[in-house]
Design a protein around this ligand. Structure first.
Ligand code: MN
Length: 233
């Protein structure tokens, strides 16, 4: 038996300091996981349970080198493309209904990522009670740096997450400001879907989101997890 069209290749994220790749299965994202960002989006930062959305796997763009940002075309159909700087968790084994106190056993590694967002499309969908997919799940909408194994760096739970645009600070926060930490996020998400080896979770962005335009260069980093670097052309 043969495929009638070429099958989609496996998307791989490089492991920092290695020639190995992490194969990506699904991409999940946490909405509003820093209080100040929840407020700036007009939401309530109280600890109501986290909510999730997804991006297509092939939205991944590997872009890890601040000295050589990956050039991306400005996305289709938007006039308000926002950056959301985030720490990304890579899930190393499958699990469902994972208890909080076991959750970090499922976190294989961590990366710096950007949950790029067509805010105009997202807001229009939100206002009509429609799905966010076209605001979030677009081509090249999930830039990511290299993965740093937890076996090497541990499980980051404090320290700086930041993003500069054209060399000027745009987002800056501390991972300890996450409303739902990595363990709690894995607990909640694995109660909604079975997590699989290869899943990525973008854990949410701190305050300071804003628009970028053609010509802008975005360089972000997460303590211990390297950088993500893109520019729009
Ligand atoms: Mn986000």
């Amino acid at each position: 038996m043969a495929y009638v069209i070429p099958p989609m290749p496996t998307i791989g994220v490089p492991i920092h300091g290695s020639s190995d790749l992490f194969p990506v299965r699904r991409i999940y994202c946490v909405g509003r996981n820093y209080a100040a960002h929840a407020r700036e989006m007009g939401g309530d930062p109280d600890r109501e349970p986290p909510f999730f959305f997804a991006k297509p796997t092939d939205a991944i763009v590997v872009a890890a080198d601040p000295a050589n940002p990956v050039k991306l075309p400005y996305p289709l159909a938007t006039k308000n493309l926002h950056h959301e700087m985030e720490m990304v968790v890579a899930i190393g084994k499958a699990g469902v209904n994972i208890p909080v106190d076991k959750a970090l056993e499922f976190a294989w590694g961590y990366a710096a990522g950007l949950d790029m967002t067509r805010r105009d499309l997202q807001n229009a969908a939100r206002d009509k009670g429609r799905p966010w997919d076209m605001g979030k799940g677009f081509d090249q909408g999930a830039p990511i740096g290299h993965l740093y194994p937890a076996s090497r760096i541990g499980h980051p739970d404090k320290g700086e997450i930041k993003l500069d645009v054209n060399g000027k600070p745009r987002q800056k926060a501390n991972l300890n400001e996450l409303i739902w930490n990595v363990s709690e996020t894995i607990f909640y998400l694995s109660g909604l879907v079975e997590l699989g080896a290869g899943d990525l979770i973008y854990t949410g962005t701190p305050e300071g989101v804003g628009a970028v335009v053609k010509g802008d260069t975005l360089i972000g980093s997460v303590v211990g997890c390297g950088s993500v670097a893109i520019s729009y052309v």
